[in-house]
Design a protein around this ligand. Sequence first.
Ligand code: COA
Ligand code: AMP
Length: 648
Amino acid sequence: MTAGAYQRAYEKSLTDPKSFWLQAAAGVEWEVPPTRALDDSRAPLYRWFPDARLNACANALDRHVAAGHGDRTALVYDSAMLGATESFTYARLLDEVSRFAGVLRAQGVDQGDRVILYLPMIPQAVIAMLACARIGAVHSVVFGGFAPREVASRVRDAAPTVIVTASGGLEPNRRVEYLPAVDEALRLSGHRVRAVIVAERDGFAHDRSEFDGAGSDGAGDAVPWLSWTEEMAGATAVDPVPVAATDPLYILYTSGTTGTPKGVVRDTGGACVALTWSMANIYDVGPGQVMWTASDVGWVVGHSYIVYGPLLAGATTVLYEGKPVGTPDAGAFWRVIDDHRVDVLFTAPTALRAIRKADPEASLLAEHDLSSLRTLFAAGERLDTDTYRWAAEHLQVPVVDHWWQTETGWAICVNPRGLEALPIKPGSPTVPAPGFDLEIVDGSGAPQASGDEGNIVIRLPLPPGTLTTLWGSDERYVSSYLTAFPGFYATGDSGYRDEDGYLFVMGRTDDVINVAGHRLSTGAIEQVVGSHPAVAECAVIGVADALKGQKAVAYVVLKSGVDVEPEDLQRQLVGLVRQEIGPVADFRTAVVVDALPKTRSGKILRKTMRQMADGEDYVVPSTIEDPAVIDALQPVLRPEPRTASERA
Ligand code: COA
Ligand code: AMP
């Protein structure tokens, strides 16, 4: 780590990106090494390392075992829900992954086929992801908190050959039943898979035969529901299949502005190069060190830094099944750091706020030895300054905010600790990572002066490891991200840079909201709320929430003549959103109003409503249809006056 190292790396990555990334590519083991960095012949669609071949699983596992490190710990599964821990050496993980790859093969999964994984935080989730990568199949993990309808939309889009699930998940106040959910998702999707493979969990005694036949295409052919344990017992290990660097490693669906999720496609070579580079240069984690990313494998953070990043680096990764609080208490994170001698923790600010709320003085820290911890990274939402200060004061390690998205796969802006520890400015994720050429522009694409807020855009091409397209639709990729500002990728976030070039991310410019670090589409929630027979129209907005960052609140106008108690309606709508989108939406509030503010062309003024609810200054557009609606809404949206700290 040397002073100026960041600036040198950043400049080189922009002035000579090809040699910068070819050099970074040397950190990866290739079957056929790249001789060319970038194929720009189909711009704005770019492909990194177009003539190279590799296997991501071989890079994550085989190469470390072949180098004599098979005895090192690859994965520690720590379940606060079960009070149990299990460790996997690189050799053991390689054995299980190779055999599960054989199980997938035996079910007809081939290179390029998709496999949907809908699992809780258990080792089988990691094993199944790596097994897909081993045979060149494309995994698509669906977060366990999504309802069957959301799983179904992903099944329809990805058309998987096989689904891998578990007999059950454990949440603090309930058990998650995956089998009926998969059964319903298959029925809703109308798609037929060759098999559903079920990882059995103790305590979930499901009779799989109950579900045999689900997802049949009407011809009545039964879809077999297979036991993970039984299939593994007779499985043949398979070798890694080298794939083109440009072949997809995975699809990860994320919320857009509409109800239809976007299937972000990550290519194999780009992901391996960028994640390997980031482990050394951003997280400063190398072989034998321990990284704990307290997220879920269903999110991009989990893909990159529970699974691929740490294993590519030959480090130990911790897979934690539990919550920051209540499993059993707000000392859970400190216990895990202590038990597994964690070097680097990566979590969402919401988790820190939850711990702080339960234990404001961090008194439970005294019960644990945190001397192994070097750095705390936070992402998923803005790290507010209060939470930053609390964590920095109590943990006495650098607390590093970094900003990224499902689409980018790794940090767009960060304090690259492995390269150079830059000064931390609370509230800022610091500076652009090498490869990300940021601009702040107004709505017409004109660059903004430092200090002026605008759309954050990234000049094309994006660096390796970012999305290459949306599954099945280059057009949707181009129209969603590359059209608003030609030559740039539109992040959908707004912000500004200060005079030192530090970025401040202020929030989304679209209808995406962030609840407890989980990305949700207000449009999708609106679709569900609007489907209730009593609802004439509705607007769902993300309102500031002290614990979860934002919460989704629906404002509904009733159909004329409808007579329903507001509490009853709220209960029904909450149930409907839970059933259709899932508990992850954490939707709890629906308010009946007389009218919604609209422009004369009929567009609901959601931004103005959010600003009113959050106590921000707002300007009512001159195109408003009826200004009186705003006056009537004021006491509903903002019943409490602004607090002194909000006014400050
Ligand atoms: N499978 C099934 N259900 C799930 C789930 C999963 N994997 N994850 C969450 N849910 C459910 C919860 O059980 C809860 O359901 P309930 O309404 O029946 O209680 C609902 O979804 C909301 O869950 P959650 O967001 O966890 O809220 P909470 O109030 O239980 O906990 C926090 C609050 C702050 C502790 C929790 O949100 C948290 O740990 N946040 C950090 C999130 C994070 O790491 N995000 C990753 C982004 S990088
Ligand atoms: P996701 O794709 O789920 O990772 O969500 C990405 C979105 O979360 C970004 O577009 C931002 O709006 C928000 N986000 C993630 N990390 C940060 C951060 N460090 N600061 C501010 N916003 C963030």
